[in-house]
Design a protein around this ligand. Structure first.
Ligand SMILES: [Zn+2]
Ligand SMILES: [Zn+2]
Ligand SMILES: [Zn+2]
Ligand SMILES: [Zn+2]
Length: 158
């Protein structure tokens, strides 16, 4: 009869770092935190440091509030989970819906984002990323940055 070899198992609990200390779920900062109203996650309490009109996306709290379905769903008072909320789905063009649902400012991302047709420039047919900005919309269609500038110059010449 052989004895099974003795195994020495180290308890993982001996040298545990302070894993329970709250950290911002977006950037990992551990100072100046607050909980989000929509989902109760720890996040930087940094709205005050945001410079108005700087257009910088440098505030975790602000980003989660503005660029996620989670916050939108909560602010609009929808019921249930945002991940399968029909009202949220109907509130945005699919591209924007997918962007809000999968942006880096989410704690949980949309698991199966719906497919969507890319938006193309009415002028040169380049694909326009609605999340990227820099495009313009008019009664003639939607135009990329280049075509917007071209059209602007053309209208100035008149
Ligand atoms: Zn943060
Ligand atoms: Zn949230
Ligand atoms: Zn919703
Ligand atoms: Zn174009």
């Amino acid at each position: 009869m052989k004895k099974p070899p003795a195994r020495i198992t180290k308890s993982p609990k001996t040298q545990k770092p302070d894993a329970d200390a709250p950290r911002c779920g977006l950037c990992g900062a551990d100072e100046n935190l607050t909980r989000t109203e929509c989902c109760g996650e720890w996040i930087c309490d940094d709205e005050d440091s945001y410079v108005i009109f700087s257009f910088a996306r440098n505030s975790c709290h602000r980003n989660h509030r503005r660029v996620t379905l989670c916050a939108y769903h909560h602010n609009e008072g929808h019921r249930g989970r945002w991940q399968n909320c029909k009202k949220c789905r109907e509130s945005f063009p699919t591209e924007i819906y997918v962007w809000y649902g999968t942006s880096e400012y989410n704690f949980t991302k949309l698991e199966n984002p719906p497919a969507y047709e890319a938006t193309c420039c009415s002028g040169c047919k380049t694909v326009i990323k609605l999340s990227g900005g820099g495009y313009s919309e008019s009664s003639d269609g939607i135009f990329c940055e280049k075509c917007t500038r071209k059209r602007f110059r053309a209208s100035e010449r008149d």
